[in-house]
Design a protein around this ligand. Structure first.
Ligand code: FE2
Length: 321
């Protein structure tokens, strides 16, 4: 029998030094979905983001057509206005990285574009954004997004439209595709982008959320952007429905985090079929954090050796003087 994947330990959801490692290993080397290009229509109007304590601005610098193309958008570090790596996909999504140490977009997401090419993201205008903090670690929310075992109980209204019985997650390199009914693979597009972004397209609506870690491991800022073909009542109906699901997830995450912090639960085994999305992204976090830890340790040893050599040289100089 193949070995079953285990969850990350509960301490990884509560530890400040661990978050600092995650920040270096995961967040500063990843790519983020900032939105469809329709989010940035007005020239020189800055849209602000904060991801892992890095402030960034996005703005349109030129208007060569109705929707911004690749050369029309600028993504910058808000502190010094220096340009950050960014990429606009052919069907209109803007992605960016937080530092030059990130790999290229196509190295990070080698198989993503064919899937994104099935949707014209300029067809659903931007309608509304909301953000707020919750008492949970960023991974507590991603854990929930990456499986649907909790759906039947937590989301009674959502489960009528998408019965969780057939819910399937396909993991690719740095992203996962969620399919509610494998018999209807083109019924909406639900994607998770490692580490903390999602895109949810169905009916005339589209939403995207970012799970933004704060400096406190048990506090996370949720940021949601909503898009819809229609405004007025049709948008408001859609908004009410998706907000209800988001509130249900929020309450579940705060309870799960309280349990993680209580010190009773340590770690567990993941269902290989129903929780493969959780296993996939947690393993990425574990591998990247472990690599970073080893790298930092080597630097620390080298630094220690250098200081020891310097002080012994200093001692020799002092003695001979
Ligand atoms: Fe949920």
């Amino acid at each position: 029998m193949p070995e079953l994947a285990r969850t990350l330990p509960a301490s990884w959801y509560c530890s400040q030094p661990l978050y600092q490692l995650e920040r270096k290993a995961v967040f500063l080397k990843s790519w983020y979905l900032l939105g469809p290009v329709t989010r940035f229509l007005v020239v020189n109007e800055r849209v602000s983001y904060e991801i892992a304590q890095k402030d960034i601005h996005v703005y349109r610098i030129s208007k060569t057509s109705e929707f911004p193309g690749p050369g029309d958008l600028r993504v910058v570090n808000a502190d010094n206005d220096t340009e950050l790596p960014s990429y606009v996909t052919p069907t209109g999504l803007l992605f960016a990285a937080l530092s030059q140490s990130a790999p290229s977009f196509h190295e990070f997401f080698p198989n993503l574009e064919p899937l994104l090419s099935t949707v014209d993201f300029t067809r659903r205008p931007y309608r509304r954004s909301i953000k707020y903090e919750g008492n949970f670690n960023w991974k507590t929310m991603v854990d929930g997004y990456q499986e649907c075992l909790h759906c039947q109980y937590t989301h009674p209204s959502f489960s009528i439209y998408y019965p969780p019985t057939f819910y399937t997650v396909y993991n690719h390199e740095n992203f996962s595709q969620h399919i509610a009914d494998p018999k209807k693979p083109n019924d909406g597009l639900f994607l998770y982008f490692f580490p903390n972004c999602t895109l949810n397209v169905y009916g005339g609506g589209m939403s995207s959320f970012r799970v933004c870690p704060t400096e406190t491991p048990g506090v996370t800022r949720m940021e949601f952007d909503y898009y819809h073909i229609s405004d007025g009542d049709k948008f408001e109906d859609y908004f009410r429905f998706v907000r209800q699901v988001a509130i249900e997830d929020f309450e579940l995450c705060e309870k799960a985090q309280a349990n993680l912090e209580r010190g009773v639960y340590g770690e567990g085994i993941l269902n290989p079929e129903k929780e493969s999305g959780v296993a996939y992204y947690q393993e990425r976090v574990f591998d990247l954090v472990s690599e970073q830890y080893e790298e930092d340790k080597k630097i620390e040893i080298l630094d220690h050796d250098r200081k020891t050599t310097e002080s012994s040289v200093g001692l020799v100089v002092e003695t001979s003087a």
